[in-house]
Design a protein around this ligand. Structure first.
Ligand code: ACM
Length: 535
């Protein structure tokens, strides 16, 4: 009897080995039945108009990558076999879905909500052939799936290098293909301000361009090279809408009170050293050397009110990121006016002053009905519980955040910063690392040291791409793929469904998908591992 069970388990494993879905679904039950064959002109029907975009996404995909036209409709009358999508609206986990393939009816995707239907459709995409010209046969199967984490994010720094709208959309589309649902857009920093503000047009007019940058690794050699770019509000709205169609929320970041050289280049009077010359940063790093810190003056708080209020109006999502990282406090220590402000306001040290800034922005954002997000330094001087903490330093800071009652996003740099090179001898991207694929895959987003109720506060995980050493779109893709696929499995799949060997097998197929999609990727993993190619 045991032998029979073992054999049937093996057979089931062999059948499910035909699936290369990333992130791994909760449950794949392969049926003993014939496959369903997709024919040209196959109907794709939706049960409600809110799913039309998802149906069209599938149709566009099949046409563009596989050369198979299908017909999309919201009229279910006379539907025989094809793809049917339904939004159950059942109040189940957002993003959850089931996908069933039978030889008679074809594919049925039922989502707990519209996002669930969209993710079911993305799973279907990963069951399609990896290239055009192959007969699309779908094995009979029943998949039940839902996400582990509600927050599944990727970040992009568009300041150190600027990326055009077309690329930002492409990046967002790749997030969608990985079932990620938040795009964290890092829009301002020392080197530039890259979002148009109607209340302060001077920020982009003067602060979106730098005179040059360094060549090679920091400290490098300075090269005069005017470099600029920014997004108009119309473009930003276009990106937000594009993301929303893919069930992705955009979180904009304006980084204060440090990382503000671009603001100070435009408004030297906002600094603690207004008489010294200022410019957008021309090199990389954390600037103790250059003053990049806002001074606590009435006109600065008025400015913060203007820009964060406007940001809340432009972005319909619930979350606004205030930055708050790496503030060089020496500039506050050395400023008599700042020290007087601190005494007058009962602020005992510079951490308390940083906290004063963050609280101020939080009150602006809250008055607009939104929620603040900040890097983990915002905890230092104290911050109210409803600020979400993005843990980028060691995981111990994430543990501290949940212990003080904060909802927390895990993006600890040692596991999540894809600007780090992937293998020791990789020369194409940044100096730090290595951060190999296996390490990303093995990230423990939930620290062992916290209680069950604190675990509930880990809202999700995120990968980041800082772009000091990423000047081109191809390098951006090369940096994030395939590590984004490992992140996606951490974000979506239950710990029990994760399996490194299975992931390695699936990455081979994923790389064929990247080829199909025209996405650049790094093959560092395959060059550094002695793995047996099974196909
Ligand atoms: C960061 O990497 N400074 C958030």
């Amino acid at each position: 009897m045991a032998a029979v069970i073992a054999l049937s388990t093996l057979a089931a494993q062999a059948r499910s080995a035909r699936f290369t879905i990333i992130p791994e679904p909760v449950q794949i039950e392969v049926a003993e039945a014939d496959s369903f064959r997709i024919d040209r002109g196959m109907p794709v029907v939706v049960s409600s108009p809110d799913l039309m975009l998802t149906a069209k996404y599938l149709a566009d995909y099949m046409d563009k990558y596989l050369g198979i036209p299908v017909s999309v409709s919201s009229d279910e009358d006379g539907f025989g076999a094809g793809v049917r999508m339904a939004n159950l609206g059942n109040g189940g986990i957002s993003g959850g879905y089931s996908l069933t393939v039978t030889p008679e009816k074809g594919v049925l995707i039922e989502g707990n909500d519209a996002a669930g239907v969209f993710y079911g459709m993305q799973t279907l995409i990963q069951m399609l052939p990896l290239r055009a010209g192959v007969i699309p046969l779908l094995p009979a199967v029943h998949i039940v799936d839902y996400p582990r984490f509600a927050y599944r994010g990727m970040h992009l720094d568009v300041v150190r290098h600027f990326f055009p709208v077309e690329f930002v959309k492409r990046y967002i589309d790749m997030l969608a293909r990985h079932k990620l649902n938040y795009f964290h857009w890092h829009l301002t920093d020392d080197q530039a301000w890259r979002i148009e503000m109607k209340s302060h047009p001077e920020l982009t007019a003067q602060g979106s361009e730098r005179e040059g940058e360094i060549e090679g690794l920091y400290p490098g050699k300075y090269r005069a090279l005017p470099y600029g770019g920014y997004y108009t509000q119309e473009q930003v709205r276009e990106v937000v809408e594009y993301a929303a169609e893919r069930h992705i929320t955009v979180i904009p970041e304006i980084d204060i009170p440090g990382h503000c050289m671009a603001v100070l280049a435009v408004h030297p009077e906002f600094s603690t050293t207004p008489d010294e010359p200022k410019s957008c940063a021309k090199t990389w790093g954390i600037f103790n050397k250059f003053n990049n810190v806002l001074a606590p003056r009435p006109e600065v708080f008025a400015f913060l009110k203007d820009v964060f209020s406007e940001l809340c109006d432009i972005f319909p999502g619930q979350y606004i990121h205030v930055g708050g990282d790496e503030c060089a406090k020496r500039w506050w220590q050395e400023s008599e006016d700042t020290q007087k402000f601190m005494r007058d306001n009962g602020l005992k040290d510079e951490k308390a002053l940083q906290s004063h800034f963050i609280h101020y922005v939080q009150s602006v954002v809250n008055s607009k009905g939104k929620t603040l997000v900040g890097w983990d330094e915002v905890l230092e001087g104290g911050i109210s519980e409803d600020c979400i903490i993005m843990n980028w330093r060691k995981p111990t800071y994430g543990a501290k955040a949940v212990k003080t009652g904060h909802r927390t996003i895990s993006t600890s740099s040692g596991w999540s910063y894809f600007n780090m090179k992937e293998s020791r001898n990789q020369t194409e991207i940044g100096p730090r690392g290595p951060l190999p694929l296996e390490k990303v895959y093995g990230y423990q987003a939930i620290p062992d040291s916290i209680t069950d109720s604190q675990k509930e506060l880990i809202w999700g995980v995120q990968g980041c791409l800082w772009t000091e050493y990423v000047p081109t779109t191809w390098k951006a893709e090369f940096s994030v793929f395939p590590r984004m696929s490992a992140l996606a499995e951490n974000a979506w799949s239950a710990e029990e469904s994760k399996d490194w060997d299975n992931f390695v097998r699936k990455v081979e197929a994923q790389i064929e998908r990247y080829e199909l999609w025209g996405v650049r990727y790094s093959d560092a993993f395959f060059r550094t591992q002695d793995i047996e190619r099974k196909r």
